[in-house]
Design a protein around this ligand. Structure first.
Ligand SMILES: CC(=O)N[C@H]1[C@@H](OP(=O)(O)OP(=O)(O)OC[C@H]2O[C@@H](n3ccc(=O)[nH]c3=O)[C@H](O)[C@@H]2O)O[C@H](CO)[C@@H](O)[C@@H]1O[C@H](C)C(=O)N[C@@H](C)C(=O)N[C@H](CCC(=O)O)C(=O)O
Ligand SMILES: Nc1ncnc2c1ncn2[C@@H]1O[C@H](COP(=O)(O)OP(=O)(O)OP(=O)(O)O)[C@@H](O)[C@H]1O
Ligand SMILES: N[C@H](CCC[C@H](N)C(=O)O)C(=O)O
Ligand SMILES: [Mg+2]
Length: 523
């Protein structure tokens, strides 16, 4: 999504912005970088993807893990790019287009600043609340969006499921868009009077410069547990990457979960920096937290609790998403809103009014006598949280259908298998986006974790690689009072196998399986 109104940015201004480390060259002028006059070139937009170039764009030709964006410089020029930003490695291919070329050592590291410049620094004119953490980013962002609405704002939302600008909705390709898209989106939001946005900030975004040039009025930390160790070297490095969001350039105020051990470490880190004020919350009774959820009453569809905060605040609150972890998510949102200037009673009202989050603890009801739901738990911590909370409300048996994604963190697979076998009564291991990998190898690695659970304490484990069959099997075995959770894909609409995305929607498949069973039983 881009703004309708185009701003005209002379390339010479960019050269000044980037300073002496950037070389601006223009082959057509037959000049070296000292004498080149990029002033005549005007930029009206920016993209990092040659397939998305519009006339007047600055094409950021980035080095990637698969290819170099400079391989597509000719295609970008043909589509009307006005200039190219690249690194020394991409220079030759970029210069061959005869467009002006801006060369910097690491274009990703300046992409945020450059994109903000192209679109007139739209983020500076918005109220921005960013959420990071291993689990809960999407949920907290929906709760924040509802809170901003209650505060009278026309809110924006950017995250894993979708991007929402006023009434418009676009499905997301990434949790946090690349900087070029992000600043275009902010500018489009402002055009539609959306001036307060709740946004997810992934660790990939922080590592790859996607949020460069963006300062968050409030930055929220939910929790940290194992995920993405295909990308980060270890848990420490993963944590340090997330912690970047809480440094002065990125955050004005920090809101941190004190119940999480990495949250407590973050509080110390931010306090030691001395520049970003920290406010903490707890939903597990930590007396040192600034804000606490007390007297938590869990229900199968949501929870009620009392919010105790600074200045004698003590108010009743609720969240319409089940599980203790959603009380924590609700506290993150309430405190985040308060730090953004929303009165506490309005924040509480807004969070309570939030409808469900797509694919997160989403119930499927087709007239069956057991509880069926779809959830996006695809990491050990989330599986533990979800099965732990569902156990509390399960009268019969608790079943999970789960798999692990291909081409993603391999070391989390045994941990997910182990958590499922330890905490559920029945487990059906199946496929979840095998991508380029052999699905049976992925399941094999989950089974290694299953084997770690002592026989007497282990769930009944069945392997059914075909996800639709696995769901049908679990549905057929479910009895009255049982709870069945289909985990890992949540809102996703496809199963990625090699380079293909086959249509697949857990909610739909689950509902059909239930209807089939009920129809069979009727006959
Ligand atoms: C590890 C990672 O994040 N990689 C991202 C990175 O890819 P890459 O460096 O491999 O890029 P590449 O494919 O080699 O291409 C190099 C450059 O050429 C460009 N190109 C490529 C082909 C072409 O025809 N034209 C063209 O211009 C590309 O746009 C890119 O700028 O830059 C690409 C361009 O933006 C991203 O699409 C890609 O995300 C991949 C697809 C991805 O799956 N990322 C996931 C892991 C991710 O980012 N997840 C996080 C967290 C999720 C969560 O837990 O919530 C997220 O924020 O979504
Ligand atoms: N605070 C929490 N603590 C532990 N688990 C949680 C928490 N919140 C949500 N979950 C679990 O994690 C899953 C993903 O939640 P959500 O989408 O809100 O997180 P996310 O951080 O955006 O995840 P992703 O990075 O995959 O987009 C949920 O479906 C639920 O199972
Ligand atoms: N944003 C996450 C989503 C994972 C969802 C799960 N279904 C999988 O494919 O592993 C990722 O790209 O790692
Ligand atoms: Mg998310």
């Amino acid at each position: 999504m881009r703004p309708d109104h185009k701003q005209l940015r002379p390339l010479s201004e960019l050269a000044r912005l980037l300073g002496p480390d950037a070389f601006v060259t223009c082959v057509d002028q037959g000049l070296d970088e000292e004498a080149a006059d990029p002033g005549a070139t005007v930029i009206t937009g920016i993209t990092h993807d040659s397939r998305a170039v519009r006339p007047g764009d600055l094409y950021a030709a980035l080095p990637g893990t698969q290819v170099h964006g400079a391989d597509f410089a000719a295609q970008a020029a043909e589509a009307g790019a006005a200039a190219i930003l690249t690194d020394p490695d991409g220079y030759d291919r970029a210069a061959a287009t005869r467009l002006p070329v801006v060369t910097v050592a690491d274009p990703r590291s300046v992409l945020g600043e450059v994109s903000a410049w192209v679109y007139g620094h739209p983020a500076d004119r918005m109220l921005l609340i960013g959420t990071t953490g291993t689990s809960g980013k999407t949920s907290v962002s929906y709760l924040l969006e509802s809170g901003l609405r209650a505060a009278g704002e026309k809110p924006g939302l950017i995250g894993t499921v979708e991007m929402r600008v006023g009434g418009e909705r676009v499905e997301s390709a990434l949790t946090t868009p690349e900087a070029t898209d992000l600043h275009g989106l902010f500018a489009a939001m402002l055009e539609q009077d959306v001036a307060a946005t709740a946004m997810e900030v992934s660790s990939h975004a922080l590592a790859l410069g996607r949020v460069g040039g963006t300062t968050f009025d409030v930055a929220i930390f939910t929790n940290l547990s194992q995920d993405h160790l295909d990308f980060h070297s270890d848990l420490r490095e993963y944590f340090e990457t997330k912690a970047k969001l809480f440094t002065p350039g990125f955050a004005k105020v920090a809101v941190v979960n004190r119940d999480d051990r990495f949250g407590r470490a973050l509080v110390d880190m931010v306090a030691a920096g001395g520049e970003v004020p920290v406010t903490t919350f707890s939903s597990e009774g930590d007396p040192e937290a600034d804000w606490r959820a007390v007297d938590v009453r869990l229900g199968s569809r949501g929870s009620t609790f009392r919010v105790v905060g600074p200045g004698g605040v003590e108010l009743e609150a609720s969240v319409g998403l089940p599980g203790p972890f959603n009380v924590s998510n609700a506290m993150a949102a309430i405190v985040g809103l308060v730090e953004a200037g929303v009165p506490v009673h309005t924040a509480i009202e807004g969070v309570a009014a939030a409808a469900g989050v797509p694919g997160r603890m989403q119930r499927v009801e087709a007239g069956q006598d057991f509880t069926a739901m779809v959830d996006y738990s695809h990491k050990p911590g989330a599986i533990e949280a979800v099965l732990g909370s569902l156990r509390e409300v399960t009268e019969g048996r608790l079943t999970i259908v789960v798999g692990c994604g291909g081409d993603r963190d391999r070391s989390k697979r045994p941990l997910m298998g182990e958590a499922a076998a330890r905490l559920a009564d029945a487990v059906v291991l199946t496929d979840d986006n095998p991508r380029s990998e052999d699905p049976l190898v992925i399941i094999g690695s989950m089974l290694e974790g299953v084997a770690k659970v002592a026989r007497g304490e282990r769930a009944r484990v069945t392997v059914e690689p075909d996800r639709a069959e696995a769901i049908a099997l679990a549905v057929d075995r479910a009895g009255p009072g049982d709870v069945l959770v289909v985990a890992g894909k949540g809102h996703e609409r496809g199963q990625k196998v090699l380079d293909e995305v086959l249509p697949f929607d857990d909610t739909q498949v689950l509902e059909e399986a239930i209807r089939h069973r009920l129809a069979r039983e009727k006959d």
